[in-house]
Design a protein around this ligand. Structure first.
Ligand code: NAP
Length: 287
């Protein structure tokens, strides 16, 4: 696959990594970046991630063949509004947002039908707790999954082009309905982030916090790494996927109450049952 002009709106960890790998694999002609901070965009040019930049999304998408939106979820509606009258007729539009119903709703509200049909909602299941273009690296998507959530409006050719782009980036592409994506990701990604932020916040507000963090070892680091993720990005994700996150959080609260009761009652059998089941599940998943 070859993209003559690729436009990345939001040249951070995800957008920058995608630009880097497509450049490395000679899959693009020109790569244009777009963002608000000139400093980040200048760094992106210096690092060779993009060729040039615009701070105005409407100007950035001129003559684009493929536009990838890689900004926090709360920014999507304004980006769709800013570019819809300025993209070329045959452009393909896609995104990398971590929740999909909100993005598809914004697209339906803001894009004209012809452009909506060439919008392919997507989500790479890859990332780190770092953000900005300096955190980007071309191997990020290697052997990772990318979920596409085409809708009844989505054009098959556009979908195939977006799939080819991600396969060129080293990813395995799967498709699923929007609602299923949001339920699955609420459980596997959004809930763990909520728990990590909440745990670290609780510990940070304990009176003996200096001692708490002084004696924190590998387990604490492993469990809480994702609490270093970009707060605004995760604020947007949790609110965008609020219903699914609340539903899985409720289930988690019930299970935690069962464990707390077992501890209170010194119920070794129950505690060991839960711990053994969790260890077996994780060992088999991490294989
Ligand atoms: P990031 O490193 O913070 O990058 C986001 C970029 O968007 C920044 O460079 C920011 O630059 C730019 N931006 C923000 N608002 C903008 C606006 N209104 N117009 C133009 N540019 C704007 O974040 P990221 O981790 O790459 O996340 C980007 C998207 O990927 C999010 O939708 C997130 O849900 C999704 N995602 C993230 C991960 C992950 O693990 N991080 C994984 C999968 C998907 P300026 O501030 O200079 O504008």
């Amino acid at each position: 696959m070859f993209i003559q002009r690729l436009v990345i709106i939001g040249v951070g960890l995800i957008g920058g990594s995608l630009a880097s790998v497509l450049r490395q694999r000679a899959a693009c002609g020109e790569i244009v970046g777009c963002g608000r901070s000139v400093e980040n965009l200048q760094t992106a040019v210096q690092l060779g991630v993009i060729d040039r930049y615009e701070t105005n999304p409407a100007a950035a998408v001129a003559d684009a063949d493929m536009v990838v939106i890689s900004v926090p979820l709360g920014e999507f509606a304004s980006i769709f509004r800013a570019i819809r009258d300025h993209v070329p007729e045959n452009v393909i539009l896609t995104d990398v947002g971590s929740a999909k119903a909100c993005v598809v709703n914004d697209a339906r509200a803001e894009l004209p039908p012809a452009l909506l049909s060439r919008f392919v909602a997507g989500h790479p299941i890859a990332g780190t707790e770092k953000s900005g273009v300096t955190a980007a690296f071309p191997e990020l998507f290697e052997n990772r999954k990318v979920i596409l959530t085409p809708t009844e409006e989505t054009d098959e050719h556009a979908c195939a082009q977006v799939q080819a782009m991600w396969e060129t980036a080293g990813a395995e592409v799967v498709s699923m309905p929007v609602e299923h994506h949001d339920e699955v990701l609420a459980a596997t990604s959004h809930l763990p982030h909520v728990l990590a932020y909440s745990l670290v916040d609780t510990l940070a507000r304990m009176d003996e916090r200096v001692e708490v963090f002084q004696f924190a070892a590998g387990g604490f680091r492993d469990f809480t790494r994702i609490a270093s993720s970009h707060p605004k990005m995760w604020h947007d994700i949790c609110l965008a996927n609020r219903d699914a996150v609340l539903s899985v959080l409720e289930q988690f609260n019930q299970d935690l109450a069962v464990l707390a009761k077992a501890l209170e009652q010194g119920d070794s059998e129950q505690i060991l049952t839960i711990f053994n089941r969790a260890k077996a599940a994780r060992d088999s998943f991490c294989g």
